[in-house]
Every structure is written in structure tokens, then in C-alpha cells.
Design a protein around this ligand. Structure first.
Ligand SMILES: NC(=O)c1ccc[n+]([C@@H]2O[C@H](COP(=O)([O-])OP(=O)(O)OC[C@H]3O[C@@H](n4cnc5c(N)ncnc54)[C@H](O)[C@@H]3O)[C@@H](O)[C@H]2O)c1
Length: 315
């Protein structure tokens, strides 16, 4: 039974993952090699919680209890020895993830489940140097940023991991209020990121070629297709619209929509210019002075509101 969860890496993903588990009543050990990362993570968790409390997702008492339930560690053996689940959210580096898992394989109890939040590495590669028994308790648990607010977690078990382990993880995510999905075969980008990339290819092409402004592209997504994708099963949307119509329209459009195998020049040039978005103060929009904090606050608050509303239609 999963009671203690150790999160390795207290960066962008680690603090949100820890907060989500702590809010669900799990004991969370948060480990990082940098003490300042741990301090920031706890600060970020506190800020994130205050928005969730203001939006009525949790009470102040629940928030305080959750924060007290996240224990920061710079001593890895102390953080991991009693863990029932290890969840790594360390930098996207195969060697680092492999070495860490091998070292912890020897330290953790035989039942401890090893999970990786990798976005692009193959689980079979990360687990290649692990003992056979640990391979049978390993999986990818892929979150979306911010991890405490986006419900989806994609699960991809190691080929040697039996369904019982997957079911235990699914039960844990149910308790944590997440929507987990099973990725049935190993595939780059899993499901969510592949769809995001497909949208991105066409979205950047439409803007770059003057078919609409960036603002209107955003409105088209939010108040058009994504408005219904957010509330209703995808194949049901097709059924409701008419399978015959979808078939004809897609057949016509596939011949016309962008099929480039390279990223759009608009995105590539922006990245090369050093305008990397919110973190550098400028990307497609400007984030200077007061605006910087306000934009992040609005982003988190709107997601918290959406999360609250989504409780009525999760499917
Ligand atoms: N950022 C995203 O949007 C996102 C989304 C989904 C998945 N991911 C994946 O999650 C993982 C973490 O991404 P991130 O954006 O949180 O990275 P990050 O750089 O923000 O955080 C990584 C943290 O790991 C710490 N770290 C470095 N070496 C360590 C070690 N040996 N042991 C423990 N901690 C160590 C760093 O100090 C840092 O605090 C990556 O695999 C990434 O691909 C990221």
C-alpha cells in the first residue's frame, strides 16, 4: 500500500507533484541536491495553495496540513529508505535518471515502485541497468505543468510491470483527484504531447502565413474545439457531429493542412533570438515589471477555476 512518496527533484514539476500528493493525505519526502531548490519549491507550493484556497478548492486547514506533510530533504538515503513510491522529476538526462535509479534500487525496499516523469526518454532505457525485480515495479507517470492543477497523468508501465502495480497507481491517482490514462504501447511524446505538437504545427503555420492573429488563434482554440474537448469524450463529439461528416471534412483537410517535419520558423527564430517567453521577460508577448507576476497569477487562477468546474464533467 502506498503511504510515503518520495519526489526526487524540486523544480518546476517536483513542487506541484508534491503538493498534489500532500493534499491527498500522502506523506511526501521532497529531495533535491540544491537546498535553494527545496526552499523555492516550498515557497511555490505555498503560493500555489493560496490561489487554490481563494478559489475554494481547499480550505485553509487542508492547505496548512498539506504543507506540513511535505518534508524537504538534502540527504537522499533518509528521503528514500522508507518510500513506497519513488517519483523522479529530475532534469531530462538519461544517465542521471539511470544512475539514480540503480543507486536507489539497492537502498529501497523490494516493494517500492519506481516512477519517472520523463517527457521524452524511453522507460525501457531508463530501467535498462535495473534489477529484474525492480523492472517489474516501474512506470512512467507523465504530468503536465502545473502539476498540481492539470488533472491528466499519463501512465506507461514497463513491459515487465504487471497490471496489479498499474492498478495500485491508478487507485493512488484517483485518491489524488487526477485523471490517469493508460498508454498501451511505448511511443515518443505519449498522447498529450503528440496532440499538442499536431496542433502546434498547424497553429504556427496559420499565424505565420497571415490567416489570423496570434490572439485570434488562441480564441479559436479556447472557444471552439477545446471548449468541447474539455467537457466531452472525443469520439462522442465525432458521433454527435456525424461520423460521415467528420470523415469527409478530414479527408479534404488532410490534403491541405501543414505536414512539415520541421518546427515553424516563427517558433524557431523566436527561440534563437533569446526571447524565451515569461522567464526572460519577452516572448510573443512582454512580461515586464508588475505584468510578470500578474500573468502567472492569472494563469494559475484560471486553471484553478477550470479545475473546480471540471469536477462536474470529468469522464
Ligand atoms: N517542465 C515541464 O513542463 C515538464 C512537463 C512534464 C514532464 N517534465 C519532465 O519532468 C522532469 C523535471 O522537469 P522540470 O521542468 O521540473 O525540471 P527543473 O529543471 O525545473 O527541475 C529539476 C530539479 O532536479 C534537481 N536535481 C538535479 N539533479 C538532481 C539529482 N541528482 N537528484 C535530485 N534532484 C536533482 C534540480 O536541482 C532541479 O531542482 C524532466 O524529466 C522533464 O522532462 C517537465
Amino acid at each position: 500500500m502506498i503511504e510515503t512518496i518520495t519526489v526526487l527533484g524540486a523544480g518546476t514539476m517536483g513542487y506541484g507533484i508534491s503538493l498534489n500528493f500532500a493534499l491527498a493525505g500522502y506523506a511526501v519526502n521532497l529531495f533535491d541536491v540544491r537546498p535553494e531548490a527545496l526552499n523555492n519549491a516550498l515557497l511555490n507550493a505555498r503560493k500555489a495553495l493560496s490561489v487554490m484556497i481563494e478559489e475554494g478548492l481547499h480550505t485553509k486547514e487542508e492547505g496548512e496540513k498539506a504543507l506540513a506533510g511535505i518534508r524537504p530533504f538534502t540527504d537522499r538515503p533518509a528521503a528514500c529508505a522508507q518510500a513506497d513510491l519513488l517519483m523522479e522529476a529530475m532534469p531530462e538526462n538519461l544517465r542521471l535518471k539511470q544512475d539514480t535509479f540503480v543507486e536507489l534500487d539497492a537502498l529501497c525496499g523490494p516493494d517500492c515502485i519506481f516512477a519517472s516523469n520523463t517527457s521524452s526518454l524511453k522507460l525501457t532505457d531508463i530501467c535498462a541497468p535495473l534489477s529484474q525485480s525492480r523492472k517489474s515495479r516501474a512506470l512512467i507517470t507523465h504530468y503536465f505543468n502545473p502539476a498540481h492543477l492539470i488533472p491528466l497523468v499519463e501512465l506507461l508501465p514497463h513491459p515487465d510491470t504487471p497490471p496489479t502495480v498499474l492498478e495500485e497507481i491508478e487507485a493512488m491517482y484517483k485518491r489524488a483527484g487526477k485523471v490517469s490514462i493508460r498508454v498501451l504501447k511505448d511511443i515518443n511524446g505519449m498522447i498529450g504531447n503528440r496532440i499538442q505538437a499536431a496542433i502546434g504545427r498547424e497553429a504556427f503555420w496559420l499565424i505565420e502565413n497571415g490567416y489570423c492573429s496570434g490572439k485570434d488563434l488562441g480564441r479559436a482554440l479556447a472557444f471552439g474545439p477545446c471548449f468541447r474537448y474539455a467537457t466531452t469524450d472525443y469520439l462522442e463529439i465525432v458521433d454527435l457531429g456525424g461520423v460521415d461528416i467528420w470523415s469527409v471534412v478530414h479527408d479534404l483537410l488532410y490534403k491541405d493542412i501543414n505536414s512539415s517535419t520541421e518546427v515553424s520558423g516563427l517558433l524557431k527564430n523566436k527561440a534563437a533570438s533569446g526571447e524565451h517567453g515569461w522567464k526572460t521577460g519577452k516572448g510573443f508577448y512582454s512580461y515586464e515589471g508588475q505584468a510578470k507576476a500578474e500573468v502567472m497569477e492569472r494563469f494559475l487562477r484560471n486553471l484553478a477555476r477550470q479545475l473546480k468546474v471540471s469536477k462536474n464533467y470529468m469522464f
